[in-house]
Design a protein around this ligand. Structure first.
Ligand SMILES: [Zn+2]
Length: 65
């Protein structure tokens, strides 16, 4: 089961192959993206980042599988 460390909200997950759908979340202002994103294969850890369109914060995304 995937766990969000920061910067995301889990929308759904599949186990075979392991992948996660998530929404981007800004930890600074609470913004959550309306569109879904996907990690193609989440085995151990997924890292990414995005710039928040609301407050401009450069938010790190970390999800552990
Ligand atoms: Zn923000």
């Amino acid at each position: 089961m995937a766990t969000v460390v920061e910067g995301a909200v889990i929308a759904g997950e599949k186990s075979n192959p392991p992948s996660v759908d998530y929404y981007r979340k800004c930890e600074s202002c609470g913004y959550v993206s309306s569109s879904k994103y996907n990690t193609a294969a989440l085995y151990h850890r997924y890292n990414s980042s995005f710039r928040c369109p609301k407050c401009g914060n450069n938010q790190r995304i970390e999800i552990r599988g």
